[in-house]
Design a protein around this ligand. Structure first.
Ligand code: ATP
Length: 287
C-alpha cells in the first residue's frame, strides 16, 4: 500500500472541500429488469483514495460504478458526489469515467488526438472553438498515458491496450477529480497493465481519486489503498487489500498471488470469510 501520510495530514483534513468525500452512498439499491442488482450499499470514497472493487461476474461491480456516477437511479438510498446528490451535480466533468470494454475506434477514421480531444467537450460549449487551455489539457492527457508520440495515428491502428489508454486520456482531458475505471486491465497485456499502473500512480500523486473495477489487481496492487468485494449485489468485504478473502476474484480462476492477500483475521473456519460477512460493515458519519 502507498504511504499516504502527506495527503491526509492535518492541513488536508482541516479543509472542508478535502474532507467532503468524493462519493458517498447510503443504503443504495438498484433494480434492473425487475431484478435487485444492488442492495444495502454503504460506501464512502474519500479524496485521494485508490479503491479497487472486486467480485465475481455479475456481482454488481459495473452497476455500482454507474450508480455512483448517477448514470442509473437508486430505487432506495442516496448517492452524493462531492457532497451533493449526484443527480444535482452541475460540474459533471469532475467525474471521469472509462466504461468497461470500450474500444477507442468507432469505425469512423479518427486520430488519437481527436478522440482524446472529444473528452474535452464536457468542459466547453460546442460552439466555442478549442482554446489554449483545451489544447494543453489534451496534450497533458496524452503525455500521462504515454501516447503523445502516437497522437496523429488512427486509433484503429493501436492495440487494445493502447486504445484503453486512449480512452483513459479522453477521460483525463476533462481534468476530472476522480477517475472511475471499469475493468481497465481486462484483456490487456502485462506491459500495458504496467503502463496503466504508472499512469495512475502519477495521477494519484497529483491528488486524483481513483475507483477501479478489477478481477485481478496485478501491477495495480501496490497502488490500491482499499478493496471492496461485491457478492450478489452487496458489499461482502471492505478493507485493506492485505485482508482480501481468498475467493474475492470470483473463484472462477486461481491467481498465483491470491494467498498473499489472506490475512490471519480472515482465515476461514468452516466457511469462506465472504459467507460470514453477509452484512455490510459500519462506515463513518454522514458528511
Ligand atoms: N440492463 C440490465 N437489465 C437487467 N439486468 C441487468 C442489466 N444490467 C446488468 N444486469 C444484471 O445485473 C447483475 C450485475 O451486473 P453488473 O454488470 O453490474 O455485474 P459485474 O459485477 O460488473 O459483472 P462483470 O464482472 O461480468 O462485468 C448481473 O446479473 C446482470 O445480468
Amino acid at each position: 500500500m502507498r504511504d499516504r501520510t502527506p495527503a491526509t495530514g492535518t492541513a488536508a483534513t482541516a479543509d472542508p472541500a478535502v474532507a467532503t468525500p468524493v462519493f458517498w452512498m447510503r443504503d443504495g439499491a438498484v433494480v434492473l429488469g425487475g431484478r435487485p442488482v444492488l442492495r444495502g450499499i454503504d460506501l464512502t470514497v474519500p479524496r485521494g483514495e485508490v479503491l479497487a472493487v472486486l467480485g465475481a461476474n455479475g456481482s454488481g461491480k459495473s452497476t455500482l460504478m454507474r450508480a455512483l456516477l448517477g448514470l442509473i437511479p437508486l430505487v432506495r438510498g442516496e448517492t452524493r458526489a462531492f457532497g451533493v446528490p449526484v443527480a444535482d451535480l452541475r460540474d459533471r466533468h469532475r467525474l471521469g469515467y472509462v466504461p468497461q470494454r470500450t474500444s477507442a475506434a468507432s469505425g469512423i477514421p479518427a486520430s488519437v488526438r481527436e478522440v482524446v480531444a472529444s473528452g474535452r467537450l464536457s468542459r466547453r460549449p460546442v460552439w466555442r472553438l478549442a482554446n489554449r487551455a483545451d489544447r494543453a489539457a489534451v496534450a497533458a492527457a496524452l503525455e500521462v498515458v504515454d501516447l503523445a508520440d502516437r497522437a496523429h495515428e488512427d486509433v484503429s491502428d493501436l492495440s487494445g491496450g493502447q486504445q484503453q489508454r486512449v480512452m483513459i486520456a479522453r477521460a483525463l482531458a476533462a481534468e476530472p477529480e476522480v477517475l472511475v475505471l471499469d475493468e481497465p486491465t481486462a484483456g490487456i497485456d502485462l506491459a500495458n497493465q504496467r503502463a496503466l499502473a504508472a499512469t495512475l500512480e502519477r495521477l494519484v500523486a497529483d491528488g486524483a481519486t481513483v475507483v477501479l473495477v478489477a478481477h485481478e489487481l496485478g501491477p495495480l496492487a501496490p497502488l490500491v489503498d482499499r478493496a471492496v468485494v461485491m457478492r450478489d449485489g452487496r458489499i461482502a468485504y471492505d478493507g485493506p487489500p492485505a485482508g482480501l478473502p481468498v475467493d474475492s476474484h470470483g473463484g472462477d480462476h486461481h491467481h498465483p498471488h491470491e494467498d498473499h492477500y489472506l490475512a490471519p483475521s480472515n482465515a476461514p473456519e468452516t466457511a469462506s470469510p465472504v459467507d460470514r460477512l453477509s452484512e455490510p460493515p459500519e462506515h463513518g458519519e454522514v458528511p
